[in-house]
Design a protein around this ligand. Structure first.
Ligand SMILES: Nc1ncnc2c1ncn2[C@@H]1O[C@H](COP(=O)(O)OP(=O)(O)OP(=O)(O)O)[C@@H](O)[C@H]1O
Length: 570
């Protein structure tokens, strides 16, 4: 009988991982012995549990991988389905175990390192296709973690595919770096919340699935699938102090986990009806619980005395789960995506060949257009071909070294880009300096132009002022000319009058009298004219009677009747 049709009964394997105590946690009385036994003492009562393996607080991520996942991955590479799920109270290390953190890789990254290592050891004639999906079940709704459109996805079932999620994104993985990106992007999309027990608590059940197809030289194919399930915290609602939306979450989490418990019990009791359909989680994990899958459970527990109730509850749940028997069977599905890919590649290669061997005879403009179309088609086909070919991993290819090489290349490119960036920056700085210089020069020439314009205005103003002054000068000159000619005329007239007066005087007044009269002439400041001191000399003794003198009754002294004008201070 062919290996593919063989069915092996295999129990769910259960591993217990103890989370190391964190200060100020007080230790509970739990101790492991012989690697597989765990003794829990409460008061005077001691209970011993037995599991496949106890991984104590000192167990490293690699210890966990070697014990829980390694042999399972080897089986998946051979065409089996497998499931590893982490179950336990919130904060006990389920996410840490399945995904790990930045410092220590959890099961999923180690699975890929394992797979890539196996591919590198395989013959060149073997080809592989590794595809992943990543989803969460939150409040009984399925969400695609690799496509954050937040659409609720539906479960479907088909005879050839079994139970599957419609429209779930599948990514073909080519390198370990790609895996890290997928984990980190998907994890960011996951529903998180802070509970009393964990600041970054996963409030959903996450299912990371790896589909692995291997095709060998003899034409045989192995199609395996590995589910890695990080369940939400199993604690009782009261323990997480959940209220409101958190309470709804906690109720839904409990619904899935209690359905999981019921399914497990129903399987152990060999009931006719197994309530898989009562929750999305059990529906999707149907094949892993009592189905054909190889299933392992890792139950994470706290060693703190404060969590002893939850720890015992987890241990009991795990104890029951290990009694579930699966009928493990290698996949026989003919639905090979790898084969589809290879067929498509072949078809594309043939089309390309046809295009290459189809010479165009006559050269016309119509032919040119056709040629261009053919070239475009060729490019498109080549791209499709390359994309498909890159997804298929070939045996013997060291994807880890390739990843390392790619990493180095990336670093090299990054440093090149850095150099380019620096010189571009320098060029930009030079350009900026030139622009500054130019605008400074423009500003300067602008200010020179402005100064020039200002000078023009000042010159115009000065010219206008000169013009005005000239006009004024001209006006004044004319005025002075007029005045001078008037003065000359006046002078002439005065000279004539003087001449006439001299003539009259010389002809009428004897020379001897004239000298006497001249000596009697005085200048009267008050009346601003000449007067004669002794009027009798000229035969005129009239005197002017001043009204003021009259009013003041100033008496003109009679003893000197010739003095016509008495002095004021007399
Ligand atoms: N074995 C361990 N060794 C060291 N640190 C651990 C271990 N297990 C868990 N931790 C740390 O404890 C914290 C909680 O762990 P984690 O988030 O994995 O718990 P969880 O069980 O997934 O919780 P939840 O159900 O709330 O999501 C993390 O900081 C993690 O790094």
């Amino acid at each position: 009988m062919a290996e593919a049709s063989k069915k092996e009964s295999e129990n769910i394997k259960v591993f217990i991982r103890l989370k190391p105590l964190v200060s100020p946690e007080q230790p509970s009385n739990i101790s492991s012995f012989g690697d597989i036994f765990l003794e829990v003492c409460r008061g005077n009562v001691a209970k011993v549990f037995q599991y496949n393996k106890i991984l104590d607080g000192n167990a490293t991520q690699m210890d966990v991988y070697e014990n829980v996942a390694s042999s399972l991955v080897d089986k998946v590479l051979k065409g089996y389905n497998g499931t590893i799920f982490a179950y336990g109270q919130s904060g006990t290390g389920k996410t840490f175990t399945i995904f790990g953190d930045n410092q220590s890789k959890g099961i999923i990254p180690n699975v890929f390192l394992h797979i890539f290592k196996q591919i590198s050891l395989a013959k060149e004639t073997s080809s592989y296709l590794v595809t992943v999906t990543f989803m969460e079940i939150y409040n009984e709704q399925i969400r695609d973690l690799l496509n954050n459109n937040k659409k609720k996805l539906e479960i479907r079932e088909r005879a050839d595919l079994g139970v599957y999620v419609k429209h779930l994104t599948g990514i073909n993985v080519e390198s370990i770096e790609q895996v890290y990106d997928i984990i980190s992007n998907g994890t960011k999309n996951r529903a998180l919340g802070a509970t009393n027990l964990n600041q970054h608590s996963s409030r959903s059940h996450a299912i990371f699935t790896i589909y692995l197809e291997a095709k060998h030289q003899d034409g045989s194919t192995n199609i395996g699938k590995l589910n890695l399930v990080d369940l939400a915290g199993s604690e009782r609602v009261s323990k997480s102090l959940a209220t409101g939306d958190c309470l709804k979450e906690a109720v839904n989490i409990n619904l899935s986990l209690s359905t999981l418990g019921k399914v497990i019990l129903a399987l152990i009791e060999k009931n006719a009806h197994i309530p898989y359909r009562n929750s999305k989680l059990t529906r999707l994990l149907q094949d892993s619980l009592g189905g054909t899958s190889l299933t392992s459970m890792i139950a994470t527990i706290s060693l703190s005395q404060a969590n002893i109730e939850e720890t015992v509850s987890t241990l009991k749940y795990a104890d029951v789960a290990q009694h579930v028997k699966n009928s493990v069977k290698k996949n026989e599905s003919n639905k090979s995506v790898l084969k589809d890919f290879e067929d498509k590649i072949k078809m594309l290669q043939e089309e390309l060949e046809k295009l290459n061997s189809n010479p165009v005879k006559k050269k016309t403009s119509k032919v040119d257009i056709q040629l261009e179309e053919i070239e475009n088609n060729k490019k498109m086909l080549q791209n499709q071909l390359l994309s498909l070919q890159s997804k298929i991993l070939i045996g013997g290819e060291n994807l880890l070294e390739k990843a390392q090489l790619q990493n180095e290349l990336l670093h090299y490119r990054a440093s090149k880009i850095n150099v380019l960036d620096t010189s571009q920056k320098q060029l930009e700085e030079t350009l900026e300096a030139k622009i500054q210089e130019k605008s400074k020069f423009e500003r300067q020439s602008m200010s020179l132009l402005e100064q020039d314009a200002l000078l023009d205005i000042q010159i115009e103003e000065a010219e206008r002022k000169i013009c005005e002054a000239n006009e004024k000068l001209f006006k004044n000159e004319t005025k002075y000319q007029k005045e001078i000619s008037e003065l000359l005329l006046k002078n002439k007239r005065l000279a004539k009058e003087q001449g006439e007066a001299d003539f009259i005087i010389n002809k009428t007044i004897p020379k001897a009298y004239l000298e006497t009269i001249k000596s009697k002439i005085v200048w009267d400041e008050e009346f601003n004219k000449h007067a004669l001191k002794d009027v009798a000399y000229c035969g005129n003794n009239m005197r002017r009677i001043d009204m003021d003198f009259a009013r003041k009754e100033v008496k003109v002294p009679l003893k000197n009747p010739y003095k016509a004008y008495p002095k004021r201070n007399d």
